[in-house]
Design a protein around this ligand. Sequence first.
Ligand code: PLP
Length: 435
Amino acid sequence: MSTFREDGAATLEWVASYLERVRDFPVLSQVAPGDIRAALPAAPPLRAEPFAEILSDLDAVLMPGMTHWQSPRYFAYFATTASEPGILAELLIAGLNQVGILWRSSPALQELEEVSLDWLRQLVGLPEEMHGQIEEAASVSTLTALAAARHARPQSRAVVCSEHAHSSIDKAARLLELDLRKIPGDEHFALRPELLDLTDACAVVATIGTTSSAAVDPVAAVADRCAAEGVWLHVDAAYAGSAAVCPELRGHFVGWERADSIVVNPHKWLFVPQGCSVLWTRRPDDVRNAFDLVPEYLRVSDDVTSLSQYSQVLGRGFRGLKLWAVLRCHGQEGLQALIREHVRLAALFEGWVRDEPGWDVCADRFFSLVCFRHDGTDEENAEIMRRANASGEVFLSHTKLNGRYVLRLAVGNARTTEDDVRLAWDVLRREAAAL
Ligand code: PLP
């Protein structure tokens, strides 16, 4: 059996070589449902197998079933990147296997998480009083925020948001048994503050960077209403929040500093591997009131609050390490340069669409997402996208705006170049011409 060191070196080599070649793989997996399952043994091995077998099956069996989120030609949903410092940090996280139950179960985990979140808070220009914690995903961060809002105002059972808010708000409301009131958006797909009815509301969710079109709700106006009526304001900036590292983009964030809670996902557009969502709150005591429960077997005399007292999860992983690694190894300038480049590439693509007869841009573009469609029916647009994705050259996704089928191109991969975006445009025009 080979050694941990040899296997480790081979694994690192595998990942490095994968990242060098990732542009060449079909971006969207081309397998049929069940293909991968059928290629795997139905029962576990009786005897120990060498780790090298894992790498060889990764190539032979699993790779065809990968949709390559690391590809620079991935433009679907919100494109992401697990950057190299984050990948190496994941290895350290697993090697150390820290479990943050209480402060003393890993002082480094807790204090590094606190420091990294304070660094990120400074990078995105939020005020000092914001208390941060890392959750698995924005869906968990939002659930946590809304649980705190409900706990702070137990008689009020409604959550208000725009029709364009993410489905994680619907899920959180369902789990917390809150009534969700959705109000229609305006012609820019943004929340209309004049329609906010805060009767019986414990929370409003405003979005900076909606999922469909990256629209920006008027957070300052919503904050005024929430402050006047004592309602919790949660800001969902899961995708776009990372853009606030660029001062010139901060105009889209006016008012978020007044929110009671904010979610930003470094695993979306801040080059941190999957599983890193930040929840900031200016009301940590309310979050703690909603979640604090210390059973006898966890009672200690240390006079330190543990992060588990603010969270549904008891044993948190060492996620702060990957955020810390990414913030250090890119630095403020590196992060800004990547985000600026993505915004530039999206603006370039938007310009090509605008200049091309027969194609239309369908929403304002503030960040790195372009919404557009080809003249013709919804079915034709769906077919253009299906063919483009089936070619394996690029991967895009869609949404519906004003009831019409719209294509979305999201730039967010650190390796994406102008040539990649140009290829996406060429492929789309080729498939439209072939209809
Ligand atoms: N909020 C917004 C605006 C999103 O776009 C998404 C996902 O794309 C989410 C929340 C949910 O994110 P997560 O997958 O981290 O739960």
